[in-house]
Design a protein around this ligand. Sequence first.
Ligand code: ADP
Ligand code: MG
Length: 400
Amino acid sequence: MRGRVILAKKTIDDVDVRGKRTLVRVDFNAPQGEGGAIADDTRIRAALPTIRALLARDAAVILMSHLGRPKGKPDPRYSLAPVAQRLSELLGQSVALAPDCVGPATAALALALEPGGALLLENLRFHPEEEADDPAFARALASLGDIYVDDAFGAAHRAHASTAGVAAYLPAVSGFLMQEELRALGAALDHPERPFAAVIGGAKVSSKLGVLQHLLTRVDLLLIGGGMANTFFAAQGYAVGTSLLEPDLVDAARALLEDAKRSGAQIVLPTDVIVAERVALDAAHRAVGIAEVPPDWSIVDIGPKTRSIFAHALASCKTVLWNGPMGIFELAPFAEGTRAVAQAVADSGATSIVGGGDSVAAVEGMGLAGRMSHISTGGGASLEFLEGKTLPGVAALEDK
Ligand code: ADP
Ligand code: MG
């Protein structure tokens, strides 16, 4: 079934925020380096358009986020203090950090916040009630604001107090980042310009089986690479040596190949691969046809023939969705397949959407991120969206 997936949710443009306290869920779960310093501020930057718009419209902006996995109790290693500092620099205005995300001291700060001012609440996950979606905790959060704004697409697949529960107590609208994610991913699934191809790779079939099944009902072409292709090779009767393989999923892979015959979508599997003696930078490696994988070698990338078959197929597509690297791209000798796909997607001129933490890192590392139409900020959330699931954080928002 190709159900409609466009989710027209109210945004901050649909509500009057002037003089209001806006409680904004952001995804400030930024990777940290030495001593807690922010190693990558992409997620902080991604929320800036919404924050800036709210401040410019004279709202008081109360920001909330999780950071890491502090396991339900305060832990200074997971304090949002470094985020408050970086955000202050990026905004050019000071953003105070509240001592907690709930409680009287935090409530007093939120109440005292002037229009045009910003306050960051301390890590939501210092309280176990956050991930438990505890109603009393959600209500305590809600008491800090007049309007709830959700801009944390990356957390929208979780039914937590700050992503879903809080919406029961306040008008709930999306921020610009959430809106753009829903628009880009929704448009690709709902009314893609055709031909529409999905390129799916990455380590395992098991983590993306639902995505493959759902996309098969929507795409014209499904290109499969990465470690997950091995399970499809096994389903076709090929030996894959010491490659990553999920024997439990061979039947599911075979069923997908059968489904494709009925659905009219074409699945394209690699015809050649790079095999390596070991998974290591200095390992001997060479290209072989998929019927010639040596018994004690591993498949580590798609081969050169497959690179050109994939590139050729993508060249005529009008919409391309890409999730999952084609090989063990972290090791330079095995990054060529991923690089070729990134280049082909960029050169195709198609509307291009890249999702998945590793795929996004690969595209960024190759300097091609700027040539993609949309880079999703949500790894797990974008996968669940592509499975056709309803995300709790999206369902909680008011329809337009
Ligand atoms: P994403 O984060 O983009 O969704 P995944 O997490 O599913 O992607 O997969 C990324 C991982 O898959 C990378 O760490 C990469 O090394 C691994 N991978 C890709 N191809 C292979 C392969 N042939 N064998 C083993 N691992 C692979
Ligand atoms: Mg990953």
